[in-house]
Design a protein around this ligand. Structure first.
Ligand code: F3S
Length: 671
């Protein structure tokens, strides 16, 4: 006769995680656990050996690490640990974390009914996360004692049987006008119960392994006993009674949620020894057994969601290991996501993730899930929408291949032909590896999983858009910033925000300019005035000198009569010399004002290019005339020098020969 072991027997994911967290925490000393971690003496003894002591309150711990067991605790206890400076090793089960969150969120809006045992640590802890009124409801009768309310939320202790929760919330709905029922039941317990029922129906002897104090194991034992009168409850292999005979009897074995795998294994090994190494088959109920259990299973399965291959479901992560994560999807079995099918790098217990059902049963009773498929499908949908809209996507160069580049575009492998990488010939495609680029999808075939992109089109389109934007911003008469791009003999090309305009050489300065380089240099940032725009011919005429005041406008103020300034002789005529005071501002020194004595011709006193000091005699901005005098400067200097000659007085005309023609005669000057 065979031995059958329940597939759901032993640790649930929450307890398994709690034991692991406690064992890791035990490596730091001192380490304490708030209450017994699980109801299993072997595990507790092992933890005690590793130095984990059990305390009732954080007040009993002065330093080190405190382990919070899978039942969770109230917010107040967490805060107390933090105030005492203790390190928290939080082993609260993911289902309980979710329960806390839902209860806390709901309590901010309405009263909360927690359905469960009032003295259970999980129920007490959950109440401690609620902000408003909380009612603990443990039966249909106590539901009847809840005051009449307009609205309330109901949450359940995670280990409550689903049918019991349903019955109590039905009763609560009589008291509450609008009852929001949250499904917070963890199905690990009901699954184990259901499986034990099936096993007990088949077995002649049913062995239930688990701690004596474990309520979960007791319930399991009671269930089995109802179906199989020869049910035994043991804590370990040493309690197996004499006279068990697998050769004669069907032996069923199950274990409570707090029974470690190694204890269960020892029991199974002992039974196998008795059966002389008989193999241990997996649970496979017969057709008749299935019929007998149909009604019970129907009730349970009514609380489970149906799933099918390809379906996308939101699940809660209940366990994270190196190779895979375990996700509760509300189905009779939890689902597994292999690391290779996981996209999120940082996944934690309690996180909600979208997964796709790859296989409803992988042959070992597990649901195979993939997050990658969901993400990939979403990415493809987004890519196809972008393709239809003609929008851009972002891609990162991954690998140079023959004829182009492979890029990662929204998690999808895309190809960029070399000719589409740039507007110029690309010599080294590798230069684009690791580079983030804006791309345009030019070919997309979802069924063939083929995406072809172009960077060249994006560059061209961006240039056109930038140019249009630049044109739209420009207006005749406005002064805009620009950068000198290049110089030619006839002017300077200036980039004014994406388009180039020309500053003609005559518009560079109010003065005479032989070459633009006298005024500006390439890459110089300057302000320019928009003189004219011709979008059709793509021509922009700019002015640089127009951004500066006209010299004649400020000449009277800048060069008051009597002031002495320096200037450069730029031209000589028969009646005088023209002196440039600044670009665009020339004054005339009449021949009679060129020297102290009369001269026959202007060249006798000055020459072109010479820097001379001149006195301003008069400024007429309207007529654009400035009269200057070199002689007056020389006279002033002579008078100053005369201070050093004893007996001679200032203004002694005998000391100098002044021209009779000292009056300003520039008004007739033909300039
Ligand atoms: Fe276990 Fe957590 Fe469920 S501790 S029984 S998985 S609520």
């Amino acid at each position: 006769m065979p031995i059958r072991v329940g597939r759901c027997a032993g640790f649930c994911s929450g307890v398994r995680a709690a034991v692991r967290i406690a064992e890791e925490a035990a490596q730091t000393r001192p380490c304490a656990c708030l209450g017994p971690l699980i109801h299993n003496p072997q595990v507790l003894a092992r933890l005690e050996e590793k130095g984990v002591r059990i305390v009732e309150s954080p007040d009993e711990v002065s330093s080190g690490t405190v382990v919070i067991r899978s039942h969770g605790v109230s917010r107040e206890v967490i805060e107390l640990c933090e105030r005492r400076g203790l390190t928290i090793a939080d082993a609260t089960c993911a289902y309980v974390v979710r329960l806390h969150r839902l209860a806390a969120e709901a309590s901010a809006r309405m009263p909360v009914c927690i359905v469960g045992q009032a003295d259970h640590p999980e129920v007490r802890g959950t109440a401690g996360w609620c902000a408003g009124d909380v009612y603990i409801v443990d039966s249909i009768e106590s539901a009847g004692r809840v005051p009449l309310l307009d609205e309330a939320a109901a949450v359940a202790q995670t280990t409550l049987p689903p049918l019991q929760y349903k019955a109590i919330t039905d009763a609560l709905a009589e008291r509450v006008k609008r009852l929001v029922v949250y499904d917070t039941v963890c199905l690990a317990t009901s699954r184990r119960q259901r499986e034990a029922t099936e096993l007990a129906d088949w077995a002649d002897v049913m062995i239930v392994v688990g701690g004596r104090d474990s309520a979960n194991t007791r319930k399991l034992y009671e269930t089995c006993k109802e179906r199989c009168p020869r049910s035994l409850r043991i804590e370990g292999p040493e309690e197996l009674p004499e006279g068990l005979d697998p050769a004669r009897d069907n032996i069923g074995i199950t274990a409570g949620a707090s029974t470690p795998d190694w204890v269960l294994k020892e029991v199974v090994n002992r039974m196998n020894d008795i059966e002389q190494n008989a193999p241990v088959p997996q649970l496979a109920p017969t057709e008749s057994q299935e019929n007998e259990n149909a009604s019970f299973m129907k009730d349970i399965e009514a609380t489970l969601i149906p799933i099918r291959t390809g379906q996308t479901i939101t699940g809660t992560v209940v366990q994270v290991t190196e190779d895979e994560i375990c996700v509760n999807i509300g189905y009779k079995s939890d689902g597994l996501v292999k690391r290779s099918d996981l996209v999120s790098k940082d996944v934690h217990v309690g996180d909600e993730i979208d997964v796709e059902v790859v296989k409803v049963n992988d042959g070992e009773g597990n649901v195979l899930l993939s997050q990658r498929n969901v993400v990939s499908r979403k990415n493809w949908d987004a890519l196809m929408t972008r393709y239809d809209e003609g929008g851009y996507v972002e891609g990162v160069g991954r690998e140079a291949v023959k004829g182009g580049l492979i890029a990662n575009v929204m998690g999808v492998r895309a190809f960029i032909p070399a000719s589409q990488l740039s507007q110029r010939y690309v010599e080294k495609i590798e230069d684009f590896v690791g580079k983030t680029m804006r791309l345009k999808i030019i070919e997309a075939d979802k069924s063939k999983k083929r995406i072809v992109c172009s960077r060249k089109i994006v560059i061209a389109e961006e240039a056109v858009a930038k140019k249009k934007e630049a044109w739209d911003k420009l207006a005749v008469g406005e002064v805009v910033p620009g950068v000198v791009r290049r110089l030619t003999d006839f002017g300077a090309f200036v980039d004014v925000g994406g388009v180039d305009g020309l500053v003609h050489v005559t518009d560079l300065s109010w003065g005479r300019v032989k070459h633009p380089s006298e005024i500006v240099q390439p890459n110089q940032e300057i302000q320019v005035k928009v003189l004219s725009l011709d979008q059709e011919r793509d021509r922009i005429q700019l002015g640089y000198k127009q951004t500066q005041p006209r010299p004649w406008e400020i000449a009277e103020e800048k060069y008051p009569p009597g002031s002495i300034v320096s200037g450069k002789v730029v031209r000589i005529t028969t009646f005088g010399a023209f002196v440039e005071l600044e670009p665009g501002l020339d004054g005339l020194v009449h021949i009679s004002q060129c020297a102290l004595s009369r001269i026959a011709k202007v060249e006798d006193a000055v020459e072109v290019g010479q820097i001379v000091r001149v006195k301003v005699l008069s400024v007429d901005s309207e007529a654009k005339r400035i009269s200057l005098s070199i002689r007056a400067v020389l006279e002033d200097e002579a008078f100053m020098y005369s201070d050093d000659i004893p007996g001679e007085s200032l203004g002694d005309e005998t000391a100098y020969t002044l021209s009779d023609d000292s009056s300003d005669s520039t008004s007739d000057a033909p300039y």
